[in-house]
Design a protein around this ligand. Structure first.
Ligand SMILES: C[S@@+](CC[C@H](N)C(=O)[O-])C[C@H]1O[C@@H](n2cnc3c(N)ncnc32)[C@H](O)[C@@H]1O
Length: 230
């Protein structure tokens, strides 16, 4: 499976620089990962990209991991290489695996992780992919384990969804170079369409089928942080 994000990899930093709350969201995801972590247990990140979410997590848990490694699963070799480079010394606490997220989890033994987390990756998945992924994640979490998910999730109200979409497109137009704007706009239009759009209530319903507790813990405009407990 090819990543939908491949064409945007070169512009990742520029796009993140005009994404409201990015630093806050990564730090909050990392705090939640830390809160759900237990000494020596396994943690996996799906779609670490260039490392921003990863670095925030490692700062909090590396000292408690013993000889364990944070598993970083990304479908893009290029993104993983950048992640490794940026992590530098911290990279010794991580294992870099270039693989599709669902495929990686399919190959794992059951119930091996205490936390699975993912930031700005799930919106690249179709509904069919997600319907396969959520139960896989649930089956790979230990009892009491947690999925910490951060992503672009639109409200059900069409006017509000449209307002948030336009707000962000206007930001991109204002602050990004024309060629970057063109690429991210195309991607965002597809994300907003029927094949990829994450909508809050539908997403909650998808997750509630597989987790005992699903809670939206924070939001910044379109971005939601959701914690699901097994
Ligand atoms: C927008 S980046 C997010 C990076 C980072 N987590 C952050 O918060 O900035 C999405 C990442 O998900 C990866 N990705 C997309 N589809 C994937 C899949 N099926 N399995 C694993 N990784 C995937 C992409 O290669 C990319 O690195």
């Amino acid at each position: 499976m090819r990543s939908r994000y491949a064409g945007l990899e070169q512009y990742n930093e520029a796009i993140l620089s005009v994404t409201p709350g990015a630093e806050y969201l990564w730090r909050t995801v990392a705090t939640l990962v830390h809160r759900n972590y237990q000494f020596g247990e396994n943690v996996v990140e799906l779609g670490p990209g260039e490392d921003h979410s990863t670095e925030a997590v490692l700062i909090r848990i590396a000292a408690h991991m013993g000889s364990g490694r944070l598993k970083l699963i990304d479908i893009s070799q290029k993104m993983l290489a950048r992640c490794k480079r940026r992590l530098g010394e911290q990279g010794k606490h991580a294992r870099f695996v270039c693989r599709d997220a669902a495929r990686y989890l399919t190959l794992r033994n059951p119930a091996s992780f205490v936390v699975i987390y993912s930031a700005w990756t799930a919106h690249n998945f179709t509904e069919a992919y997600r319907q396969n992924l959520w139960p896989l994640i649930a089956s790979r979490l230990m009892h009491g384990g947690a999925l910490v998910l951060m992503d672009k999730v639109y409200p059900g109200d069409a006017r509000e969804a449209g307002r948030l979409f336009k707000l962000q497109m206007d930001r991109y137009a204002e602050f990004l170079a024309p060629e970057v704007y063109r690429e991210i706009h195309l991607h965002e239009v597809e994300d907003y369409g029927p094949d990829y759009r994450l909508e809050e209530m539908s997403l909650r319903n998808e997750l509630q089928k597989h987790f005992s507790e699903v809670r939206v813990v924070d939001r910044v405009e379109r971005e939601l942080i959701i914690v699901c407990k097994k």
